[in-house]
Design a protein around this ligand. Sequence first.
Ligand code: GLU
Length: 307
Amino acid sequence: MDINKILSEIEEEIKPFLQQGKVADYIPALAHVDPDQFAMSVTLFDGTTYSIGCSDTKFSIQSISKVFTFTKSLNIYSKDLYKRVGKEPSGNPFNSLVQLEYEKGIPRNPFINAGAIVITDTLLSHYKTTNDTFEKILDFIKNVAHNDDITYDEEVYLSEYNHGYRNLALANLMKSFGNLENEVEDVVRSYFKHCSITMSTQELSRAMLFLANHGTDPISGEKFITDNQAKRVNAVMLTCGHYDASGEFAFHVGLPGKSGVGGGIVAVVPKLMSIAVFSPRLNSWGNSLAGTQALELFSQKSGLSVF
Ligand code: GLU
């Protein structure tokens, strides 16, 4: 397979899509990004990375951070985690309150906001302080990315906090049902902080490689999680990674993947490679429009999917 050729075709064919969609504007700090950017990186098991576009530009990973927090929490709590968060697609927007009310404060899955907030709460219970919790999440991401040069964007973090009414509402609702162990304020602050971590597509595709290889980094041989845990994380990415467009993504792309409102998407081709794309304009479900299209083109041209 000629990955260079596939990527340069995608770089051409993606152009008409780069003007479509709308940049996330629910917080001012994200509304400012240059909307026309595009990047895509593919990392193979021998460490070779192929990239097009602004692949070393760091952007707000937002909900992609939920892949790493879920992985970490599953590794710590194993099956007990599912007492507090489910593993079913929600069929609802990422920040919906309605389902949470009638399902008594147990979020459908770790990738909708409510679920990710519970996951952050489990990590806060484990690591005790908000500082240590954030540092451990960041360390984990640095370890899987084999890169020390990863940090967060203070402006995005503060912007999220100052406009975080709905996430605070979700956290308060779960607290009222007894599904948050720590103070709402501490949990939500930690959640916003890990959402505001910034990475490039090169860094993200490298960071996802262990999930393409049963939890073990194929380059260093380091085992981050068990085979079974890696299978679970991939399954939840496939079924819940794109909110209520997860079915669409499985239908068109056919790979476990996770999007973020910053315009990033990561995807995994089991036993072969990991992929990251970035383009800030979003479709109506809040997923990168050109990014989704680029992944669909990649899967069509390469013939790679889990189906
Ligand atoms: N920090 C964002 C929020 O909680 C994450 C949403 C996303 O990336 O989908 O609203």
